[in-house]
Design a protein around this ligand. Structure first.
Ligand code: C6P
Length: 407
């Protein structure tokens, strides 16, 4: 059923003298890292560590070359417009805040509308609410259908308001719903709006071409796609970035600093004030190499296989309810079991060595629409296999038994 066999590349999944075996089913929160990425980061610090774009000595040249190579890898991996349009950030959250604070402050005015969706993560909701409050603009949240898909009729209605920007995710972190971007993006552009896509849950799982999809701003995080924490990117149309003002000032983003005013560097430097996370970028580059070696289509096929296997196996458990659509979903499985609190489920599963997430998944508007406070969520990635699904299912059966005694 499943097609990849890469578990051995992930040291953390091996039992250790200090720690039990882990069945890791929380990759939507953060993925584990293969040896290849860990080695690349270690090697950077051992043989190339230096600041970038500043020194003329050999180490500085090596570090700068590696950092810029990573930018090229990102550009190619997500089908960006060109490498000038790739800004390294701490992750998705920072990339979205960059757009809201820079493009947003110059383009969203009093009386304008910003469209977001009820499927979005707080990272793609709160920055827009903050911007709207600052500028006197309105936020319009597009609804979801009962099975957890974006309500396209409501999106069309929202577009009639002629919003300045539509910000939405490609894949929902709480339900796994894959938004039909090829259908949606032309509608957004026809309405005269710019589109920002939160790619936190798509970049790790779905082959994406930002330029083919005609996306204006695409944000993602390296730590969810086998890379290190604290690195991610904003991938954007270079001509939009050229027009935008920087939102952070500091070293390396300037052309000339006068006593009272300064001029700014060209992109991408204009948006990378201060010392960047060079080791993180190098690790992200190694993660991209690793993903490319497997192939994004093979990854998607593998995850879809595991998801369907899990849906089938979990349907054997009476009282288990799965949230989200039947089709067009990534390897994320949100569920409830009887009336057992999701945190209790997570605790019982932890005793079996299974790591899942329980909570609102930073999607409170979505939880309200689902009529729940929280869900239990298992999410799958390259290193998961059939045996992990079986351990999850047995753990849930055990939880059911424990709580039926308690009732
Ligand atoms: N979702 C989850 O468990 P950062 O923290 O910046 O790397 O990513 C934020 C973010 C933005 N958008 C989506 C769709 C996301 O899933 C996330 C992170 C994690 O679902 C942590 S809440």
């Amino acid at each position: 059923m499943t097609t990849l066999d890469v578990k051995a590349d992930f040291p953390i999944l091996e039992p250790d003298a200090e720690r039990r075996r882990i069945i890791y089913l929380d990759s939507a929160a953060s993925s584990q890292k293969p040896r290849q990425v860990l080695d690349a980061v270690r090697r950077f610090y051992e043989v190339s560590n230096s600041n970038v774009h500043r020194g003329a000595y050999d180490l500085a040249v090596r570090a700068t070359k590696l950092y810029e190579e990573a930018r090229c890898k990102v550009t190619e991996f997500v089908g960006g417009y060109d490498s000038r349009g790739v800004i390294f950030t701490r992750g998705t959250t920072e990339a979205i805040n960059l757009v809201a604070n820079s493009w947003g402050r110059d383009n969203v005015r009093a009386g304008d509308t910003v469209v977001i969706t009820a499927l979005d993560h707080h990272s793609n909701i709160v920055p827009w609410q903050m911007l709207a409050k600052q500028q006197g603009a309105a936020v319009r949240m597009v609804e979801v259908t009962e099975d957890g898909r974006l309500d396209l009729e409501d999106l069309r209605a929202a577009l009639k308001l002629r919003p300045k920007i539509v910000a939405l995710n490609y894949v929902s972190n709480a339900l796994g719903t894959i938004n039909p971007l090829p259908e949606i993006i032309p509608l957004i552009h026809e309405a005269g709006a710019v589109v920002l896509v939160d790619g936190a849950q798509s970049a790790p799982h779905i082959a994406t071409s930002v330029s083919d999809l005609d996306i204006d701003f695409y944000a993602f995080s390296g730590h969810k796609m086998l890379g290190p924490m604290g690195i991610g990117a904003l991938v954007a149309r270079p001509e939009l970035l050229d027009e935008m003002n920087p939102y952070q000032g500091g070293g390396e983003m300037i052309q000339e600093v006068g006593d009272e005013q300064s001029t700014y560097a060209d992109i991408p430097a204009k948006f990378e004030a201060g010392t960047p996370n060079v080791a993180g970028a190098v690790g992200l580059g190694a993660a991209i190499d690793y993903l490319n070696d497997i192939g994004m289509d093979a990854i998607h096929e593998h995850e879809t296989g595991i998801l369907h296997l899990a849906l089938e196996r979990l349907s054997d458990i009476p009282g288990l309810k799965v949230f989200g659509p039947d089709e067009e979903r990534a390897g994320v499985l949100s569920f409830a079991l009887d009336d057992i609190h999701p945190h209790d489920l997570a605790t019982v599963l932890d005793q079996e060595g299974v790591a899942i997430r329980a909570g609102h998944h930073c999607t409170q508007p979505l939880m309200r629409r689902l009529g729940v406070q929280s869900t239990a969520r298992a999410s799958f990635y390259v290193y998961n296999d059939e045996s992990d699904v079986e351990v999850l299912a047995c753990g849930l059966e055990k939880a059911k038994e424990i709580f039926s005694y308690a009732a």
